[in-house]
Write a protein that binds this ligand. Sequence first.
Ligand SMILES: *Cc1c(COP(=O)(O)O)cnc(C)c1O
Length: 414
Amino acid sequence: MTDDASSAVPPTPSAGLRPDTLAVRGGVHRTPFDEMSEPIFMTQGYVYPTAANAEAAFAGEIDRYQYSRYGNPTVTTFQERLALIEGADACFATSTGMAAVFVSLASILRQGSRLVAARALFGSSITVFNDYFTEWGIQVDYVDGHVNADWERALATPADAIYVESPTNPMQDVIDIPFVAALAKKAGALFVVDNVFATPIGQKPLELGADAVVYSATKHIDGQGRVLGGAVLGTDEYINGPVRTMVRTMGATMSPFTAWVLAKSLETLSIRVKAQAASAMDLAAWLDSHPKVATARYPLLPSHPQYERAASQMTLGGTLVTIDIALPDGVDPHGPEAKAAAFRFMDALQVIDISNNLGDAKSIATHPATTTHRKLGADGRAAVGMCDATVRLSIGLEDVEDLREDLERALAAV
Ligand SMILES: *Cc1c(COP(=O)(O)O)cnc(C)c1O
């Protein structure tokens, strides 16, 4: 629905423009008032000039807004803008990131389908796969996502969908997206990438061969801790087919106010993420050689186990640094002393907040083992290389020297 005929000012053409321009100019549909900023259409629905017009809309004979669960002009602006930045044919917005994760798979999987997923996943995604999909008769098989031989074994038999996060949360394993994409084609599976850690600025999964991308827009896309949101991107056939039908019907629609906040946030996403990633890279290198830190994980640090792979598929290393606090010899990294060391560090931070969000302008420290990744259990955490001394740092927009001083002070308290 891109009817701009009523506005005197023509929309900016998108062809040939670069992502940073499209982030500001894309998806603009001015009303007859020719307003500068994008309008918010806070409306539940729409009125029809005649009863016959309503009938034609419901019969699918004309394409127009009918009801905001189905579509809303402000939500359209967000969807078009994100699709242009991502280089996707189409985008559908959802109420939260988890709605996007759920719909990206539930809209195409049926009883008897097979889903192959990388083991290292966001906690709620694991709950959806293990407690719902499995109960509904969907076979879910897990692999170690960063091990290519594991994918070859798992995808020697047909599958319907493949799901990964790359880099993974919080251990930052990097999955070989082009390699998995080639296997996905042969296996006949839809390959979905949760691109939250990398952001649309740092990695383009569709260019690397994936079929679909999901976002929690709650993270970097908002980046200022205000709203919850999500999005699924991919081909027109998939997004405007099963994805759209399921979101509209189950009701996990994005609100117009949220879409307005997020459309405006997309204008600054690139400069925010680039600045945050530069600070994260700087702090990661410093933390990796700090005596109180056992390891610092960051995809574009040469010490990262999949550094070459990360450098070939990511243009930015992201805004997160995952550290293991150094423990004295003989201390169990999965035991209470490790947890106490991590807590002492976090409680001594004065600038960086303790929270479970990420990608925000405000830097955040998270203890995954007791919060976001609690549901994995100790064995599940050990399987993805996480311990009780692991702390995830989301680097924000503060002066990097203030963050360094805060981290130095907190490490001294361990
Ligand atoms: C936060 C997050 C989600 C879920 O998003 P919500 O907006 O919280 O529903 C999914 N995947 C990853 C990697 C996340 O970090």
